[in-house]
Design a protein around this ligand. Structure first.
Ligand SMILES: Cc1cc2nc3c(=O)[nH]c(=O)nc-3n(C[C@H](O)[C@H](O)[C@H](O)COP(=O)(O)OP(=O)(O)OC[C@H]3O[C@@H](n4cnc5c(N)ncnc54)[C@H](O)[C@@H]3O)c2cc1C
Ligand SMILES: *[C@@H]1O[C@H](CO)[C@@H](O)[C@H](O)[C@H]1NC(C)=O
Ligand SMILES: *[C@@H]1O[C@H](CO)[C@@H](O)[C@H](O)[C@H]1NC(C)=O
Ligand SMILES: *[C@@H]1O[C@H](CO)[C@@H](O)[C@H](O)[C@H]1NC(C)=O
Ligand SMILES: *[C@@H]1O[C@H](CO)[C@@H](O)[C@H](O)[C@H]1NC(C)=O
Ligand SMILES: *[C@@H]1O[C@H](CO)[C@@H](O)[C@H](O)[C@H]1NC(C)=O
Length: 509
């Protein structure tokens, strides 16, 4: 079909004449986009703004260089961008807060386009204080800075610069998950740009299948979410205690306490939230353990909430204690992890049983890997920071996940409680990349094999998308039923498989 106006454009701008005929030459896709949509904010590699868009939490993502960034400032502009990219069959990626650890998770490779949602930055509280409408380019700090002064909160991420979008689309573990489930369970409504460029809303009443899928199924199989309407609630300061212990002297005491919280304590106190970190830090004398504890209603700094009392036993040696009452903004800044290092995250989950043995027996497997990493880093003049983190999914969280017909994660109260076992590594030398990816996969395989051998694997081998390694089979961990339904929804809203084929780099149903 002849389209007259690109030809006129070509005549007016001779340099562009070749590009209009080469829509499939992706190195020219940005020029073509600029010609078709001259008002769309577009940043080429030559622009001084390019490095700002190309800033990611993980250095592995910053290392990629898309042909350009498009940074729409409205839903209509997102729709134009998506319609253009799918029509021209151009590969692309979408950046929310840019916190995916592996390369390409939210940045396009050479020749592709990255849509940076940073311009969708509105945060609007409803008149009745019950809902906050959040533009998809916001980080959680931008939300809490509006809500804290109002005495409101949402089920948000725990770290300030993490994006609202990626966290809420993959799940979203929050300080407030005990009584309310994960971030995805607290989205009332989404505004979504589909592969066709059509803009739809998804809620319990409208496009309910899409609403279900977006609550844990990720974005990249379904559409670009432009707005999240989040449930807001009254919240003052939280009680928080960050406690660092010498690992060798304490882990065999603290892990059983954590197990007790998973199977009992947390389910009895829905205002409590915690996670448990083990790391190796030569400057702190070797292995250290961090217990990060939060309570949404406790306000007495003189004594801890009953649920955490075991961790506060004066007989336990500590390296540092930081107990405070704090708003969400300040807490999330405390938990911030600086950008700029190479990063990988890998994850599995195990079933909670009557004893803490499995959680204890995972530790020596990890230590063996840490010893190898330290040797490899020394040989490669690299730093390395290894973390093993336990995140409890207690039964109350699983129950809260069943609201609105349940989310896409495939987790049922009768399958729990579960412990998420997360491996996080940061390092500096590219020479370490392969050893880290292979070694991390091996460790996760070993942990799964150990759990299997004891009949203590989680029901479907649930894999939390937001902590998963690039090659992990996330959706297999959602169980057959949920996975099949997600595929069905993806096919309905992306009938030509355009997002499947063109949206690069993340977990696809
Ligand atoms: C320091 C740190 C702290 C963290 N803390 C927590 C925590 O407390 N709780 C927790 O659950 N997780 C946490 N995470 C994990 C976090 O949830 C994931 O890394 C998440 O993907 C980050 O979202 P993002 O928008 O920043 O990422 P991005 O890398 O920008 O996006 C992730 C994926 O979502 C897609 N996407 C982005 N925006 C949209 C959109 N609007 N529509 C459709 N698809 C989109 C991207 O294309 C990509 O595929 C943390 C991560 C880091 C690095
Ligand atoms: C694509 O465009 C670039 C830049 O104009 C050019 O160098 C390259 O040869 C083109 N490739 C193809 C296959 O046409
Ligand atoms: C989000 O918060 C960060 C840190 O406070 C700030 O630099 C940035 O400008 C904020 N973005 C918006 C859109 O308010
Ligand atoms: C959060 O608390 C800190 C310290 O008390 C305070 O300085 C800051 O202004 C508060 N932030 C918001 C957004 O209310
Ligand atoms: C756990 O404790 C054991 C026994 O004291 C010790 O050998 C091991 O190094 C500790 N591991 C960590 C990660 O703290
Ligand atoms: C090791 O790395 C540091 C920091 O990146 C660098 O300053 C130093 O020159 C490197 N040493 C060698 C021997 O490569």
């Amino acid at each position: 079909m002849l389209r007259p106006w690109p030809i006129l454009l070509a005549l007016a701008l001779p340099a562009a004449a070749t590009t209009t005929n080469h829509d499939h030459n992706h190195s020219n896709i940005c020029q073509t986009l600029a010609h078709h949509h001259p008002h769309l904010p577009l940043t080429l590699p030559s622009s001084p703004l390019y490095p700002t868009h190309n800033t990611y939490w993980s250095a592995r993502q910053t290392a990629l260089h898309p042909a350009c960034f498009v940074s729409p400032t409205s839903t209509a502009e997102v729709a134009q961008t998506i319609r253009f990219l799918t029509t021209h069959r151009a590969p692309f990626s979408v950046k929310g807060g840019g916190h995916t650890a592996f390369e390409g998770g939210s940045n396009a490779d050479d020749g592709g386009v990255t849509i940076d949602l940073v311009g969708l930055n509105s945060v609007v509280v409803s008149g009745d204080r019950g809902t906050v409408s959040v533009g998809a380019g916001n980080r959680w700090i931008n939300v809490s800075e509006v809500l804290d002064p109002l005495g409101l909160a949402v089920v948000a991420g725990r770290s300030s610069t993490v994006g609202v979008s990626g966290l809420a689309l993959g799940g979203g573990i929050s300080y407030f998950s005990g009584g309310r489930g994960w971030a995805c369970d607290n989205v009332r409504r989404y505004e979504v740009v589909l592969a066709s460029g059509e803009v739809v809303e998804a809620s319990v009443e409208e496009n309910a299948d899409l609403y279900w899928a977006l609550r844990g199924g990720g974005g990249s199989s379904f559409g670009v979410v432009t707005r999240f309407d989040l449930v807001a609630f009254e919240q003052g300061e939280l009680w928080a205690s960050s406690r660092v212990y010498p690992g060798a002297a304490t882990n065999r005491t603290l892990i059983p306490l954590m197990h007790e919280l998973l199977v009992k304590g947390l389910a009895e106190d829905h205002a409590a939230h915690t996670y448990f970190v083990m790391t190796y830090a030569a400057e702190l004398g070797g292995y250290v353990v961090l217990s990060d504890e939060f309570h949404a209603t406790h306000s007495d700094l003189a004594s801890p909430p009953e649920v955490f009392a075991g961790f506060h036993d004066a007989a336990l040696p500590t390296l540092s204690i930081n107990t405070r009452l704090s708003n969400v903004s300040r807490l999330s800044r405390d938990i911030e992890q600086a950008p700029g290092l190479r990063q990988t995250w890998w994850v599995t989950s195990v079933a909670a049983t009557a004893t803490p043995d499995l959680l204890l027996d995972i530790v020596p497997l990890w230590e063996e890997y840490v010893a190898r990493l330290i040797a490899a880093a020394a040989a490669d003049n690299s730093t390395v920071s290894p973390f093993l983190i336990y995140h409890p999914i207690s039964s109350n969280i699983l129950e809260a996940m069943q609201v609105n017909g349940g989310n896409a994660l495939g987790l049922k109260p009768e399958d729990g409680p579960l412990m998420i076992v997360q491996l996080t590594l940061s390092w500096t030398s590219t020479g370490m990349d392969e050893a880290v990816e292979t070694g991390s996969k091996e460790l996760i395989d070993k942990i799964n094999a150990l759990a299997d051998s004891r009949g203590e694997s989680s029901k479907n081998g649930y894999i939390y998308m937001n902590y998963a390694g690039k090659t992990q089979d996330v959706f297999a961990g959602y169980g057959k039923q949920s996975h099949a339904k997600l595929r069905h929804v993806a096919k309905k809203y992306d009938p030509r498989g355009e997002l499947r084929d063109l949206w690069k780099g993340y977990f696809k149903v």
